[in-house]
Design a protein around this ligand. Structure first.
Ligand code: MN
Length: 291
């Protein structure tokens, strides 16, 4: 039984996105806790993603492009362009800030995925970090091939950091059917990037999340034409996650404290070297005065 959930259309900068995670009734898939499918949409030097410095806590950001480019700058001093086939993975831990820009010299389509992974208690109070991976391992599928972004798939291991047992792959499919080996102790979901895919017998289209649940050791994927999808999975994340704005926390108090620390421009989140304006942390609803 595959549960198909429709994503929610919104925008990030000038770019339309479909937010397929979290959804009502489905907050996490393993430790994956956020998934925005960006574009495809044309960008140029005047129009694109230009997100000024903003803070994160308690999560990894995973940026994966199918087309276009994004420039990442963070408060650790990292400055890294990410292009299709490359992975940017930033660990927030106790606090980091970054900016993302696309309105440089690139003209063309921007298309990709912005994902977050919740950090477990064991690491979420730890130091921030940034990784860029230009060479990720590939696995041959029955009708296509996959890049292993995070974790292990088909006996191939990604070099990217993972604080919990999880997996993320990008499968580029040709017309045909393939059977994928899965781990029964993982829950899984598929996010279709391009084309239409039948997962077992359930059709999943771009803008949707197909949730597969736990207890499977195999998955049959079929496409009648070229298609592309992400498979996300992991051991169910059993810590009570509170996601608010750019923070992945456990309690309202942690979110409130992060917002105050960011807005007071103290040491915790550091500075990002960019011309873009800082984005202030909004006041959470539980802090708004009622009169
Ligand atoms: Mn961010």
């Amino acid at each position: 039984m595959i549960e198909v959930l429709d994503g929610r259309a919104t925008t990030v900068g000038d770019v339309p996105v479909r937010r397929v995670l979290p959804r009502r009734g489905r907050r996490t898939v393993g430790a994956w806790c956020f998934a925005d499918h960006m574009g495809p949409t044309p960008v140029d030097e005047f129009r694109g993603v230009d997100i000024g410095p903003h803070p994160h806590i308690g999560l990894h950001t995973v940026t994966w492009l199918v087309a276009g480019e994004l420039l990442h700058r963070d408060s650790l001093g990292s400055e890294q362009m990410v292009r299709p086939g490359q992975l940017n993975l930033m660990t927030a831990g106790r606090g980091v800030a970054h900016a993302e820009e696309s309105t440089g010299g690139y003209r063309g389509d921007l298309h990709g995925m912005q994902l977050w992974v919740a950090q477990p208690d064991a690491t979420r109070h730890g130091p921030p970090a940034f990784e860029h991976h230009a060479d990720l391992p590939q696995v041959s599928l029955g009708a296509g091939e996959a890049t292993v972004l995070v974790g292990e798939f088909g006996d191939v291991m990604s070099p990217a950091r993972a604080d919990t047992d999880l997996v993320g792959i990008d499968a580029v499919l040709r017309a045909g059917v393939s059977a994928w080996g899965l781990r029964p102790e993982f829950e899984y979901a598929v996010v279709v990037i391009d084309g239409t895919v039948a997962v077992d017998d359930t059709v999943v289209a771009p803008g949707q999340l197909g949730y597969l649940g736990l207890g499977r050791d195999e998955l049959t994927v079929s496409a009648t034409d070229d298609a592309r999808l992400l498979l996300l999975g992991g051991v169910p994340f059993d810590e009570p996650v509170l996601i608010w704005w750019n923070y992945v926390a456990r309690t309202r108090g942690e979110v409130t404290a992060a917002g105050l620390d960011w807005n007071s421009e103290g040491e915790r989140f550091g500075r990002v070297d960019t011309a873009l304006a800082r984005i202030p942390s909004p006041v959470p609803p539980w802090q708004r005065s009622s009169g």
